[in-house]
Design a binder for this molecule. Structure first.
Ligand code: SF4
Length: 140
């Protein structure tokens, strides 16, 4: 998969219908990102999930934002949902479980010209600089 910018504007994504799909995925930590152990508990290589919601523990359900956005793990910085074919399904059918999403993906054919993409956060406060942006998409 193409490596690309990850500064996806998640607020805009939610307005378009994303239901925090990425923050439900397994968030692996690189070895140098592992929190120092207490000498007893082995360091873990991934971020914990909330057992009820299945979302990352750093996800704030009240604001739908990452509580540690400025220091979020590397994988969260490098991953962009835009090239992921599942994004197109999430934006149309929502998310209830990964199994249902994969099933819906197998059953849903979305033509390329109908794809929608999440804009990137612009570093300079101007229009989103997004090579994936769908220019024909109307603002909602
Ligand atoms: S660390 Fe933040 S961006 Fe990464 S999965 Fe958790 S809530 Fe989402």
């Amino acid at each position: 998969m193409e490596k690309c910018r990850s500064d996806v504007n998640c607020d805009e994504g939610r307005r378009l219908g994303c239901q925090t799909f990425c923050c439900r995925l397994l968030v692996r930590l690189d070895p140098d990102e592992r929190a120092p152990g207490d000498g007893i508990t082995p360091a873990k290589g991934f971020v914990d999930k909330d057992p009820d919601s299945g979302l990352c523990v750093n996800f704030d359900p009240a604001t739908h934002r990452c509580r540690i956005w400025e220091r979020r793990p590397r994988v969260c910085r490098e991953y962009s949902c835009n090239p992921d074919p599942l994004l197109q399904v999430v934006l149309r059918v929502g998310f209830s479980s990964l199994a249902r999403l994969l099933r819906a993906s197998a059953e849903t054919k979305i033509p390329r010209e109908a794809h929608r993409f999440i804009p990137h956060i612009d570093e300079h406060g101007k229009e989103p600089n997004n090579k994936y942006a769908d220019k024909s998409r109307k603002k909602i």
